[in-house]
Design a binder for this molecule. Structure first.
Ligand code: LIP
Length: 287
């Protein structure tokens, strides 16, 4: 079935492929970290010249085709309500763009790097494109049209129903508050003691959601992802692939996209339920 959001999907794919060319140009074989003009945003959170360049390019393409739409970009949130911070979340046509999700990976030449472009209407994510320029993997979905990896339809890992048959990817992210670190480590212990099949961390929320959608991992959990740009596109992918995207506090409602304070658990309904049951509720509150 063709989705009514086909025009937005086509634009997002075109923008993601162009972004991939720029990102790859910073990473020829043997190039170290120095060529990337890295700046520290805060703590261990990084931004590079490529993030800014790619975001400008993508934003320009969106504005050419959809001049009235809002754009929330990770590196320049000026166009978004409240400068990109806090509620209320926009209900008008709105794009969520992460030019490089996995910036730290990019800086270190670790290939879990993804361009993430999501489109929402009425506060609901409708289109999601996630492109990894190093593996040349194009994940795409538009509401009602199914999810695809390089043109082939994908579905979530429906064989995973509990922690014992779950390959879990769990990013711990860039927060280093003592209570946060303690709670994150305790949670990992609980999963391992409950017999989790495999534990991974990738450094990119978008890559994780794309991997969930395609069944390459069974479940993704993160307490404290960056913002709507990290999850908007991936939410469409996971849902169109037959999965659920919940808040890690275990609410069966859709994930509410939060700015820097969100938590997420995505995968098949059964495995998500078990992963959350074992983890217990996260209690750490981001200030
Ligand atoms: C990253 C997220 C990741 C999280 C990192 C960071 P960025 O986004 O994708 O899930 O663990 O701390 O927020 O900053 O690389 O675009």
């Amino acid at each position: 079935t063709k989705s009514p959001y086909q025009p937005q999907l086509e634009l997002a794919k075109d923008a993601a492929l162009k972004a991939g060319e720029i990102i790859r140009s910073y990473c020829s074989h043997g190039t170290g970290r120095s060529s990337k003009n890295v700046t520290v945003k805060s703590g261990v959170d990084l931004v590079t010249e490529a993030d800014t360049r790619v975001e400008k390019m993508i934003t320009g393409l969106i504005k050419d085709s959809f001049p009235n739409d809002l754009i929330i970009g990770e590196e320049d949130q000026a166009d978004s309500p409240n400068g990109g911070q806090g509620d209320p979340f926009p209900t008008e046509s709105c794009w969520c763009v992460d030019p490089i999700d996995g910036t730290t990976n990019f800086v270190h030449n670790y290939p879990f790097v993804a361009v993430s472009i999501g489109y929402m209407e009425g506060g609901i994510p409708r289109v999601g494109v996630i492109y990894n320029p190093f593996t040349d993997s194009m994940y795409e979905a538009a509401e009602g049209g199914g999810a695809f990896l390089n043109g082939k339809q994908i579905t979530i890992d429906s064989d995973a129903s509990s922690i014992e048959d779950c390959l879990l990817v769990n990013n711990i992210g860039h927060y280093r508050y003592e209570d946060f670190v303690e709670e994150s480590a305790e949670r990992v212990k609980k999963w391992l003691k409950a017999g989790l099949r495999g534990y991974r961390a990738s450094g990119s929320a978008a890559q994780n959601l794309a991997h969930v959608a395609s069944g390459q991992v069974s479940c993704y959990y993160e307490h404290g992802y960056g913002g709507p740009w990290d999850v908007c596109a991936g939410m469409v992918l996971v849902k169109e692939a037959g999965g659920v995207v919940w808040d890690a506090r275990g609410s069966e409602t859709d994930l509410e996209m939060k700015f820097g304070k969100g938590s997420v658990c995505a995968g098949g309904r059964a495995v998500v339920t078990d992963v959350l049951k074992v983890a217990g509720q996260p209690t750490f509150e981001f200030s």
